[in-house]
Design a protein. Sequence first.
Length: 300
Amino acid sequence: MDMRVNIAGVEWKNPVTVASGTFGSGAEFCDFVDLSKLGAVTTKGVANIPWEGNPTPRVAETYGGMMNAVGLQNPGIDLFCERDIPFLRQHDTKIIVNVCGRSKEDYCEVVERLASEDVDMLEINISCPNVKEGGIAFGQNPKAAEEITSAVKKYAKQPVIMKLSPNVTDITEMAKAVEAGGADAVSLINTLTGMKIDVHRRAFALANKTGGVSGPAIKPIAVRMVYQVANAVNIPIIGMGGISTAEDAIEFILAGASAVSVGTANFINPGVTAEIVDGIEAYMKKYQFETVKDMVGIVK
């Protein structure tokens, strides 16, 4: 079986990566999974300066998943380039750097810095529901999303993936906007905004009050949105949201995703990504698909 996929001109050995923010920058999981078995590693969000993130508590369990309001805590682009890129380059996998910011200038500064670094793709996070400035404003306004995409593309030397928020009325509007701005691919979905209250303490479970809901409970919503976007734009889609098995991943591919990201499941089973790669291959053999591309979007 030919597991290779081509995302915006970059060839991955298979269609599986990890969702930003659930895998660190790879080093945290290398004792549990061979990073070289993954099509790509998507790093935690990186900003132009270190971010402290949100106050604690930041994580809460929910039925069928979890909520987080970490707030994109990260060490900043300088340390990332010095420490994380050299580590990842030791492994036979593509490197996707997730970029976050609070303003157009923030995003462009990081993208410009990465232009001279040995990384394969950039994922621009305009969809985090836990940051009060920047990301979510761009992620919910089509005009703003198109503008930030266009601005980033002027500095980018690598293909640009725009990460879309599900917290909008029509996800296809956002996808069309970033495509018009020059996006090379889209990834979706990011977390859904939710809230949990501890009835015994009569207090919010998260210090941020709201957080991003992820895990198996959101998968049907994510599959629906990937299907809609696949039928609205002509650029590749990386699908994510509640994937915890190979069958979950295959659902996204059949709906129109060219590749998939595994997120919350990494916290439950650190080796799940390798299992999903093997499971997709087994499915292809069983149903006689020669390439992953033969499966993409075939359910209409």
